[in-house]
Design a binder for this molecule. Structure first.
Ligand code: SAH
Length: 257
């Protein structure tokens, strides 16, 4: 990559970071859904070691920490998100039990068989669901749990427009039975799964972005990258409203056998 390209890339990176730092969550979800997924995991103690991978600014990590008694490590690639994460942890006086660390999900800083629970909302797609399940398994103790959200098809047949949009964005998008089979093949007992309610996309994800988009476009008026970023988000929200019966996020909870 030439240095010119690198600086353009860095600029995009900073813009994306700034955009998403302005909202509470960087993916669809809600505190209620985090708690529901947690309700399937019954083995945690104050000694438990938990990792939240692709934690973003930590919306769901704080809920996780407040509702468990163990130690939680949040991992994210974006330093700005980790700074916001640790500031939030300090503000909530949770910083003795939760810590944000900069790092990549394909090179995690954990010992083998050291974790009781791996959590990851709206993030495993970055290395692929199947690959992530397989790669992260070694970090779990035997009997440890994994809980991830993953985009999934709810129908067998989809209109071309939405099928193409998601296959282009993430070729691994698949139906719930196929995702469950992949989890089982990767060496987990599929303990539970449930589709996230629409409100996780609307009220908790797209809605808070509307005001951010207006401010962002004002601040970066005439900036093509900023305009494209906002346009992409608006298009995704438009498609969701039109085709939401065909797809959504699903929580998949598994236990290492
Ligand atoms: N879990 C948060 C954020 C989801 S967005 C939420 O639900 O709100 C996906 C997150 O994955 C982003 O914060 C992004 O920075 C992070 N990410 C992307 N690639 C990554 C990688 N290779 N390693 C670690 N984090 C990554």
């Amino acid at each position: 990559m030439s240095s010119d390209n690198k600086s353009i890339h860095d600029f995009d990176f900073n813009l994306i970071c700034e955009y998403y730092s302005s909202v509470e969550r960087q993916g669809p979800g809600s505190p209620e859904v985090t708690l529901k997924a947690l309700s399937f995991i019954d083995s945690l103690t104050p000694a438990s070691q938990i990792a939240d991978i692709g934690c973003g600014t930590g919306g769901q990590t704080m809920v996780l920490t407040q509702n468990t008694s163990g130690h939680v490590t949040g991992i994210d690639l974006f330093p700005t998100f980790i700074d916001l994460f640790n500031a939030q942890a300090a503000q909530l006086k949770l910083n003795d039990r939760v810590k944000g660390v900069e790092g990549s999900m394909d090179n995690l800083p954990f010992e083998n068989e050291s974790l009781d629970l791996i959590w990851s909302e709206g993030a495993i797609y970055n290395i692929g669901y199947e690959n992530g399940l397989k790669e992260w398994r070694k970090f779990l103790k035997k009997g440890g749990f994994i809980a991830v959200t993953e985009i999934s098809w709810f129908t067998e047949n989809r209109p071309d427009e939405i099928n193409k949009f998601w296959v282009d964005a993430y070729a691994e998008i698949d139906t719930i039975p196929n995702k469950l089979a992949q989890m089982q093949k990767a060496g987990y007992k599929p303990v539970a799964h449930f589709a996230l309610p629409e409100i996780c996309w609307t009220d908790h994800f797209y809605q808070p972005q509307i005001a951010v988009q207006v401010d962002f476009l004002k601040k970066y008026a005439g900036n093509k990258t900023a305009e494209e970023l906002v346009e992409n988000q608006r298009e995704e929200a438009r498609l969701y409203a039109k085709y939401k019966e065909h797809y959504g996020y699903v929580f998949y909870i598994g236990q290492k056998l």
